[in-house]
Design a protein around this ligand. Structure first.
Ligand code: B3K
Ligand code: ZN
Length: 845
C-alpha cells in the first residue's frame, strides 16, 4: 500500500454541481443509481476523469445519456469524457448485509445505515470521494421499511419511498442514509432567529425509554452554540439515529447524525454518571460539527484536526460551562498525560496535522483530537477572549461553504488580532511532547524564572525547533496569598528568563496553571512545597496537580526502591483535602485517584528506567492499602456523607458525591472485606452505585455472587452486558486477567463482530497494564489471536486496537520479544488489511 503525502495535494480536476441518488434497498443486492453533474475545475489543468469506487458491481454507466464503458479497477474507474460540463449516470449493486467492516452502507440488527467518513462513500457509488468536492445532494430511498432517512430536509414520501434534499453543499463523507423499523422520540427547538426545528431521536421500540436525556443534551448544545458563538442550526429537521454496530462513538452527517447506541441511549438504571456525561458531550460534539466540520469542512484529510481539534475544544468548553471548569480541565489533562503523551513518546507519534498516511482511518487519534483541542485552547489563551471570538467570527465568515486548511484557520486569527502566529504553526507540524525545565532564583526583591524547552526526536522528525508556548503562572506568598496573580508567559526561545521585581520575600511559584499547554514540566520541588500548594494554590488545576505530583514522586520512589512506606506528608495532605468540605466532592475524588500505571510507566521510561508492570501494580496497591489503613478513622463518615437520598439525577452535584463515595468505597473494601460494597450493591437503584459496588467487590475477590446477580438481571440489555464483561477484566488481579478474558470470549454474550463487545473484552484487557503485560506474553498472544480473527471482518476496529502494542520499546527485553512476536504473527496473517498493516509496520519500524 502506498503512502499519501500532504505535499502532493492537487485541486480536484472536476467539480460537482449536483448529485441525485436513488437507492433501492435490498440486503444482498441494493441498487444505487447516481446522476451527477460534473464540470471541469477552472483552477485545475485538464486531467482525466477518475472516480473512486470499491466493492461495487457496475451495472451500467452513461454520459449525457449515452452509454459508456469505463475502465474499472479495484479502487475506481476512469472514462473518456467531454472537456466541458456533462451529466454522469451510473447504476451499481452492493450488498449491505455482507458488509461487516461497518463502512459504507451496512446493516446493524436489521437496520440499514451508513458510515462514510473518511472514505466510505466510494463503497456506495462511484464518486470523487474527497472532502474538497462539495455538492448539493437529492436522495430518493426505496425500501419496505417504515422509516427512510437521509440528509437535509424531507421533500416527499409515500409507501415504500422517501425523498430528501440537502440544500447545503457537502463533501461525500457527510452523506448518510438510514432505513429500518425505528420509532422516534420527538421534540422541537426554536432557533435564535425564530425558526422551529423538528428534533427526532430514532431508536428501536424497546429503547424508547432511553431517549429523554439525549434529547435534552441536544437542546442544551443547540442553545449553547447560539449563545456562545452565535451559530444556529440551518435545516428544518435534525435527526439522530442509534445503531448497535458502529466503529466509533458517533458521526456528524449533515442533519442525520448516526450514533453508537452506547453514545446516546441513557437511563439511570442502565447508565452511570460517567455515561451520562460522555453521552452529553458526544451529542454536543456531533451537533457542533454542523458548523465546525460541515459548513466549514477540511480541504483534505491531513487537515482533520481543523474540524476535530476545534470541535473537541468546543465540546470541552460546553461541558465546562454546564458542569464546572475545574474538574473538566483536570479530566482533559489526564487524557493528555495518560494517553496522548504516551502516543507522542512512541513509534506512533505523529503531528497534530500529519503530513503522510497510508490509511487515514488510522489517524483518528488522541493526538489529532485531544492534542488538537489543546492547540485551539493555547491559541485562545494567546489571543485572549475577545481575539478568540473575533478570530472565530472571521474564520466562519471567510470559509463558510468551503473546505479549509490549518493555514486558513491561523490566518483568520492572525488577521483578526494582528498577532503573528508563524511560530505557533509549528505546534501543528511537530510531533512529540515538549519538556520544560524550570529553575528559579531570588535575590534583592527580584524573582527570576528560567524556562528551557526541549522536544525529543520522533519518527521522521529528528530536529525540533522551539515552540511558542503559553505558560500561565502565579506567585504565592507563604500564607497562600497571591503576590502575582495568574499571568501568561510566552515562551518562544529554547531558553528564557522571566523576571518579577518588587517582591518582599521569595515566592512559591505555581507553574502551568490550568494546564495552559500540553507539556511536561520538569522542576525539582520538595514534598513540603507540593503539600503547601495542595493546601493553598488558588488555581484549582495546580492544586490538584500538586497532590498528584506528591503521589507520583512517592510512587516513583517506591518503584525505584522496590517498595516501602508511603510519605507521611502525602497522607496528611490527602487527609486534609478529603475532609475539607468546602471542596467539590468530584475534585476530592480526583485528588484521591493515584497516577495511572501508564503515567508512571512513561515517567520511568523517560528517565531511562525499564518499567516493570508487576512492580508498578504492586506499589500502587501498597499505596492504596496504606491510604485505607491511615485514613481508616475518616473513611466511613466520608462515605456516609456522600450518600444521596434525593431521586437520582445525573447532575454535577449528585454525580460528584457518588464519585467521591465510590472512590472511598474502593478503599473501605480493603479493610471491611467488601461489606460496605455488598450493602451498596444490594441497595443500589442506579447503575452508578451498582457497578461501582460490583467493581469494589471484584477488586477484593468477593464479587462472584454479585457478578452472577448482575448478569441475571441484565443479560437482555446489550449495553449493560458490555459493562458486565469489562468490569470483570478491569478488576481482575494481574495474574488472572488473561484467563478471565479468555473465558469471557467463550461466554454467549461475547458477540465479537460487534465493536462495543470486542472492545469491552479485548480492549479492557489491553487497558489493564499489569494484566496485559504478563511476563509470559500470554496477554499479547491472546490479543494477537483475536486481532487476526477480527481483521478480515472489521479492519478499522482491528487497526485501532493494534495500538495496544504502542509501549513496545519501553519494556524489558523479554516483553519486547513477546510483543514483537505477537506483532509479527499479525503481520503474517493472510490478506491482512491495509489498516492493520500500516499500524503493525509503524509499531515494528
Ligand atoms: N467524525 C467522526 C469520526 C469518523 C471516524 C472515521 N474513521 C466522529 C467525530 O469525530 O465526531
Ligand atoms: Zn468529531
Amino acid at each position: 500500500a502506498s503512502t499519501i503525502h500532504l505535499a502532493d495535494y492537487t485541486v480536484p480536476g472536476w467539480l460537482v454541481d449536483g448529485v441525485h441518488l436513488t437507492v433501492r434497498l435490498a440486503p444482498h443486492a441494493t441498487r444505487v443509481l447516481s446522476r451527477i453533474a460534473f464540470r471541469p475545475n477552472p483552477d485545475s489543468p485538464p486531467v482525466p476523469f477518475t472516480l473512486h469506487g470499491e466493492d461495487l458491481r457496475l451495472i451500467h454507466a452513461a454520459i449525457d445519456g449515452q452509454p459508456v464503458t469505463p475502465v474499472v479497477t479495484p479502487t475506481g474507474l476512469t472514462c473518456d469524457t467531454p472537456r466541458s460540463a456533462f451529466v454522469w449516470e451510473a447504476e451499481v449493486e452492493i450488498a449491505p448485509a455482507a458488509n461487516t467492516a461497518l463502512e459504507g452502507l451496512y446493516m446493524s440488527n436489521g437496520i440499514y445505515c451508513t458510515q462514510c467518513e473518511a472514505e466510505g462513500f466510494r463503497k456506495i457509488t462511484y464518486y470523487p470521494d474527497r472532502p474538497d468536492v462539495m455538492a448539493v445532494f437529492t436522495v430518493r430511498i426505496e425500501g419496505d421499511t417504515p422509516v427512510l432517512l437521509s440528509n437535509g430536509d424531507p421533500v416527499a414520501q409515500g409507501p415504500g419511498w422517501a425523498e430528501w434534499h440537502d440544500p447545503w453543499p457537502k463533501p461525500a463523507y457527510l452523506f448518510a442514509l438510514v432505513a429500518g423499523d425505528l420509532v422516534a422520540h420527538s421534540d422541537s427547538f426554536t432557533t435564535l432567529d425564530g425558526r422551529c426545528v423538528a428534533l427526532n431521536l430514532w431508536v428501536r421500540a424497546a429503547d424508547l425509554d432511553k431517549c429523554e436525556f439525549g434529547m435534552g443534551a441536544l437542546k442544551r448544545a443547540m442553545a449553547w452554540d447560539e449563545r456562545v458563538y452565535g451559530l444556529a442550526y440551518d435545516l428544518s429537521v435534525f435527526n439522530i439515529v442509534a445503531v448497535d454496530d458502529f466503529n466509533m462513538g458517533a458521526m456528524e452527517n449533515k442533519g442525520l447524525n448516526i450514533f453508537n447506541a452506547s453514545a446516546v441511549l441513557a437511563s439511570p438504571e442502565t447508565s452511570t454518571d460517567a455515561d451520562f456525561r460522555r453521552i452529553e458531550a458526544i451529542i454536543a460534539h456531533e451537533y457542533f460539527h454542523n458548523w465546525t466540520g460541515n459548513r466549514i469542512t477540511c480541504r483534505d484529510w491531513f487537515q482533520l484536526c481543523l474540524k476535530e481539534g476545534l470541535t473537541v475544544f468546543r465540546d470541552q468548553q460546553f461541558t465546562g460551562d454546564l458542569h464546572g471548569h475545574a474538574v473538566k480541565r483536570i479530566e482533559d489533562a489526564l487524557v493528555m498525560r495518560n494517553r496522548q503523551f504516551q502516543e507522542d513518546a512512541g513509534p506512533l507519534a505523529h503531528p497534530v496535522r500529519p503530513d503522510r498516511f497510508v490509511e487515514i482511518n488510522n489517524f483518528y487519534t488522541v493526538t489529532v483530537y485531544e492534542k488538537g483541542a489543546e492547540l485551539v485552547g493555547m491559541l485562545k489563551r494567546l489571543v485572549g477572549d475577545d481575539g478568540w471570538r473575533a478570530g472565530m467570527d472571521l474564520y466562519v465568515a471567510r470559509h463558510d461553504g468551503h473546505a479549509a486548511t490549518i493555514e486558513d484557520w491561523l490566518a483568520a486569527f492572525q488577521d483578526a488580532t494582528g498577532r503573528d502566529l508563524t511560530q505557533f504553526m509549528r505546534w501543528y507540524e511537530q510531533a512529540g511532547t515538549p519538556r520544560l525545565t524550570v529553575t528559579d532564583d531570588y535575590a534583592d526583591g527580584i524573582y527570576r524564572l528560567h524556562i528551557a524547552q526541549t522536544t525529543r526526536a520522533t519518527p521522521d522528525q529528528p530536529d525540533k525547533p522551539p515552540l511558542h508556548i503559553p505558560v500561565a503562572i502565579g506567585l504565592l506568598d507563604d500564607t497562600g496569598a497571591e503576590v502575582v496573580p495568574t499571568t501568561l508567559l510566552e515562551v518562544t526561545e529554547a531558553q528564557q528568563t522571566f523576571t518579577f521585581d518588587g517582591l518582599s520575600a521569595r515566592p512559591v511559584p505555581s507553574i502551568l496553571r490550568d494546564f495552559s499547554a500540553p507539556v511536561i514540566v520538569n522542576r525539582t520541588v520538595d514534598a513540603a512545597e507540593r503539600a503547601f500548594l495542595l493546601a493553598h494554590d488558588t488555581d484549582p488545576f495546580n492544586r490538584w496537580d500538586a497532590g498528584r505530583n506528591l503521589a507520583r514522586d512517592m510512587a516513583l520512589r517506591l518503584i525505584r526502591t522496590g517498595g516501602g512506606a508511603p510519605d507521611p506528608g502525602y497522607l496528611a495532605g490527602l487527609r486534609a483535602t478529603l475532609t475539607d468540605d468546602t471542596l467539590d466532592p468530584a475534585f476530592r475524588a480526583l485528588v484521591l485517584t493515584l497516577p495511572a500505571d501508564n503515567d508512571l510507566t512513561i515517567a520511568l521510561a523517560l528517565d531511562g528506567t525499564v518499567p516493570d508492570p508487576d512492580l508498578i501494580h504492586r506499589v500502587r496497591e501498597d499505596i492504596r492499602g496504606a491510604i485505607a489503613c491511615d485514613l481508616t478513622d475518616i473513611l466511613p463518615d466520608l462515605y456516609a456523607a456522600q450518600q444521596v437520598t434525593a431521586p437520582y439525577a445525573p447532575d454535577a452535584s449528585q454525580a460528584g458525591r457518588r464519585r467521591l463515595g465510590n472512590a472511598v468505597l474502593m478503599l473501605l473494601s480493603l479493610t471491611d472485606d467488601g461489606a460496605a460494597a455488598q450493602a451498596q450493591f444490594d441497595a443500589a437503584t442506579n447503575m452508578t452505585q451498582s457497578l461501582a459496588a460490583l467493581g469494589a467487590l471484584l477488586s477484593v475477590g468477593r464479587g462472584a455472587a454479585a457478578a452472577q446477580a448482575f448478569h441475571d438481571r441484565w443479560q437482555h440489555d446489550r449495553l449493560v452486558m458490555n459493562k458486565w464483561l469489562a468490569i470483570q477484566i478491569a478488576m481482575a488481579p494481574p495474574e488472572q486477567a488473561v484467563a478471565i478474558t479468555d473465558a469471557l470470549t467463550r461466554h454467549p454474550a461475547f458477540d465479537w463482530g460487534n465493536p462495543n463487545r470486542f472492545r469491552s473484552v479485548l480492549g479492557t484487557l489491553a487497558a489493564h497494564p499489569a494484566g496485559f503485560h504478563r511476563a509470559d506474553g500470554s496477554g499479547y498472544a491472546l490479543l494477537a489471536d483475536w486481532l487476526i480473527r477480527l481483521d478480515p471482518v472489521n479492519p478499522q476496529t482491528t487497526a485501532r486496537m493494534v495500538s495496544a502494542f504502542d509501549g513496545l520499546g519501553r519494556f524489558d527485553a523479554g516483553r519486547q520479544v513477546a510483543m514483537r512476536t505477537a506483532l509479527a504473527r499479525i503481520r503474517q496473517a493472510p490478506a491482512l488489511s491495509r489498516d492493520t498493516t500500516e499500524m503493525v509496520n509503524r509499531l515494528l519500524r
